[in-house]
Design a protein around this ligand. Structure first.
Ligand SMILES: *[C@@H]1O[C@H](CO)[C@@H](O)[C@H](O)[C@H]1NC(C)=O
Ligand SMILES: *[C@@H]1O[C@H](CO)[C@@H](O)[C@H](O)[C@H]1NC(C)=O
Length: 435
């Protein structure tokens, strides 16, 4: 009963002191895009909050394979602020990637986002190229359950290296990451870049041959003009966290202004593909616990290469009727897709409305939880449920409401909680005993 009170009482909680990791910081709970508005802002104008619906934060059909019958044997299905207006200003989006056998996602860059990808089926060769002068190719073959990070703005690609189809889900740290396909941008621009210029740039003679050389020549490309959507902006390709480092001894390789926080830059020459990699996300978590759920986070603690990139991923497993109890991520918005089963999801807007925006998601559905708001998920099926979610922070943080309020160390005075929740002190003490 007390637990029921807790859920009801969520609406009376006030949350403040959010540490935002991006720019511009939201000045409201959300800003659902009003696509009909003629107003011009950075992003899209906000819809009247009272007109906002759960459907503004959701998308369906991400479980449906794309059609890969094309020249490259690859198709991407993006879920960004165009498909989900509620993503406006939240700095995150999702994409499903389908690959025919030996299909490729050709070399491209996202000018405004880092990317974190997990393989759902098949195996992929992935890689990115560090910027000048090293132009190191950092690549690896991924299997089902593996995770890989592509730092913002760098040229990267994927290739299905299996005889079956491959599927991946990737999240990007922008509501509108942008795609610059190198081949199209360089050789297919409108108007065309002068062919003698390209011949010189690629040290090659005919345009036709230059196209064939493109993949090999990637290492001479300079990628510039990155429009970074967060603060502090990285001043190097990446800043792999050196968790062994305690002092301020720094391998000064590039200027390291952006590597503040607890992590510092390690020499980019010591960096390995494994610094951008994590394996095992296909393995179901153990949900034999009081809430019937399990969370496997893949953030900067698991992938040092995520440091400064503003993105992370998590696998969520739910036993039948299991819940992920009401909680907050103080530093990140979240975008979730259901891989198996069906989930009831919801979030509560801040004071004074405290509107609960909720819906039931099925396989392939996508839902957005805006930064800092109380939210939850519940398996509403008799089978297991699985979801993948991404965060717009390398370290989103987790504040479990029940733990934070009733299980703090030392505990919050029971008379404070009794007054806050308008219940008897004895009830508060009973709840406190459970955490
Ligand atoms: C896939 O695309 C190809 C080429 O556009 C088309 O011929 C084919 O009918 C499509 N297949 C399906 C299942 O839609
Ligand atoms: C799952 O966790 C429960 C409780 O901690 C434990 O008893 C059980 O052995 C675990 N199951 C597996 C498969 O690890």
């Amino acid at each position: 009963m007390a637990k029921t009170i807790l859920l009801l009482s969520l609406v009376a909680l006030t949350f403040s002191c959010l540490a935002f990791a991006f720019e511009p910081s939201p000045l409201q709970d959300f800003c659902v895009a009003d696509t009909t508005s003629p107003a011009r802002v950075n992003g899209l104008a906000c819809k009247d909050p009272m007109m906002v619906q759960a459907s503004d934060f959701s998308f369906s059909g991400l479980h449906i394979p794309g059609n890969t019958s094309n020249a490259v044997g690859f198709v991407a299905k993006a879920v960004n602020a165009v498909q989900v207006p509620g993503l406006n200003t939240l700095g995150i989006s999702l994409v499903r990637l389908d690959y025919a056998p030996w299909g490729i996602n050709p070399p491209h860059t996202h000018p405004r986002a880092s990317e974190i990808l997990t393989v759902i089926e098949g195996s992929l060769e992935v890689g990115f190229v560090a910027s000048n002068p090293e132009n190191r190719l950092i690549s690896k073959v991924l299997q089902k359950g593996d995770v890989f990070v592509f730092p913002v703005g760098l040229v990267h690609f994927q290739r299905n290296v299996g005889y079956g189809n491959a599927v991946a889900i990737a999240a990007l740290s922008s509501q509108n990451p942008g795609v610059i396909t190198i081949a199209n941008a360089v050789f297919g621009s409108n108007a065309l870049i002068a062919s003698d210029l390209l011949a010189k740039a690629f040290q090659y003679y005919t345009l036709k041959m230059a196209k064939q050389m493109l993949l090999l020549s990637l290492t001479v490309l300079t990628i510039s003009s990155l429009a970074i959507a967060y603060e502090p902006s990285p001043l190097q390709d990446f800043c792999v966290a050196d968790s062994m480092s305690s002092g301020i001894y720094i391998y000064i390789y590039k200027y390291i202004h952006a590597c503040t926080h607890e992590f510092i830059l390690i020499s980019s020459l010591m960096v390995q593909a494994n610094d951008f990699f994590f394996g095992g996300l296909h393995i179901a978590g153990n949900t034999s616990n009081a809430v019937g759920s399990s969370i496997k986070p893949v953030n900067v603690a698991q992938i040092p290469g995520l440091n400064t990139l503003g993105i992370a991923i998590v696998r969520l497993d739910f036993a039948p009727w299991g819940i992920n109890p009401p909680h907050i991520h103080p530093r990140a918005s979240e975008i979730l897709t259901v891989l198996e089963g069906s989930l009831e999801v919801g979030f509560v807007t801040s004071n004074p409305e405290n509107r609960l925006i909720t819906m039931v998601l099925c396989k392939g559905d996508v839902f957005v939880f805006p930064v800092g708001l109380v939210h939850f998920q519940r398996n509403v099926g008799n089978g297991f449920a699985v979801a993948m979610a991404a965060f717009g922070s390398q370290n989103p943080g987790l504040i479990g409401i029940s733990n934070a309020v009733f299980g703090s160390n030392p505990p919050i005075a029971s008379d404070v909680l009794a007054k806050a929740f308008q219940v008897d002190k004895e009830i508060v003490k009973q709840i406190q005993l459970k955490f």
